[in-house]
Write a protein that binds this ligand. Sequence first.
Ligand code: ATP
Ligand code: MG
Length: 421
Amino acid sequence: MKYTLPRGTRDILPEEMGFWHNIESVSRTLFHLYNYHEIRTPIFESTGLFEGSIGNETDIVEKEMYTFLDKGGRSLTLRPEGTAPLVRAYLQNNMHKKQRNSKLYYCGPMFRYERPQAGRYRQFHQVGVENIGTPEPFADAEVISLGVHLFDELGLTDLSVTINSVGCPVCRPVIEERIKQFIGTNLHFLCGDCQRRFDTKPLRILDCKSNQCKTYFSGLPDIRDSHCQECRDHFNSVLEYLDSLGIMFHINPRLVRGLDYYTRTTFEIISDQLGAQNALCGGGRYDYLVEKMGGPHTPAVGFAFGLERAVMILKSLLDHNHYDDVISIFIAPIGFAQRTKCFYILDELRRAGIKCEMSYVTEELKPQLRQANRLGAEYTLIYGYDEAERHIMIIKKMANGEQHEIELEKLIPYLRAELKA
Ligand code: ATP
Ligand code: MG
């Protein structure tokens, strides 16, 4: 073979596609039910958009972006996530001037230069929602409950919700000071990234994936003790609303997530079935991102989940695919002269919404019946010289071999009724 896939990418083959279509359509239905509207943004954006929003001292911006110069010398980046582009589009299209609250969702490929492993790719797909313009904790609870509802609807079991609050510009400095004090003299045991981030973004240290670093975080005081009153009240309300919906969660005081823009609520929905990459869905509140991008003060909250990981779980639960890959009708011309008429009928049936195929290579009956069986056809229509003379077709039910004649004019209504039954 001359060419192979770039490392960290994969082909999504037809046999897996049923899972994808199912997730996409259940998501869409539910998002519309919760009054979210789809938005599609370009796959690449100017590099500055991500540097300025996700933050310079994050793994994504420091190590994982696919950045290139186009022929005009502009620095562009394949989007590593969906929130920053969505907020850019929200402002650029003046959505903030039209109404207080915009509820938007997106679906599409994202790109991160990461070390490929199970459930971690360099091109992967996310579905996400963003509730922009609602500061009330109801919005946080709605977004989390939408995620839970969605995964319930998809039949994903054994999921758990973990939640935390990372504070706001008022209490963040206090939280960061506490972290720095706690790490203190152990700093030189931490990895290079953590050492660098210690002075500028100490909260980021808690997101470090290195096991060595993690051992130094045990015993860390709960960052919630440093929250300001507003953050405390907000978090308690979110938890109260989740409780009122019967949503189970556990609080993980170290859940800070890998992007700079989060304030207050952060959460993940994780699955034991995913192994090391156990996060299916991540999200949180980002009350200052719109402002940081030059818009008015506009609090927001959202989540994104990974389609590859959702498909992995669904596959492990089901041994069959919902993908409808069988045909209803196979048309078998017998004799060379009958092919053109059969080709015409094939087209008529398709225009009538009936899924069908015919053989283009042989006019012998036997191999055509074999092909019809292979394709899972419910019926085969046989059309030879005799049938052409009498304007009929022979219709053969593949399950039991029963067959009878049918006039050509009655074919479509007959098949419609039969296939519905
Ligand atoms: P992780 O901790 O697994 O690196 P993350 O915090 O980087 O996840 P987010 O940026 O919040 O992830 O993205 C939300 C979801 O997108 C993740 O929970 C995961 O399902 C999916 N995801 C993120 N990165 C990848 C990747 N490289 N390959 C496949 N899916 C991914
Ligand atoms: Mg990551």
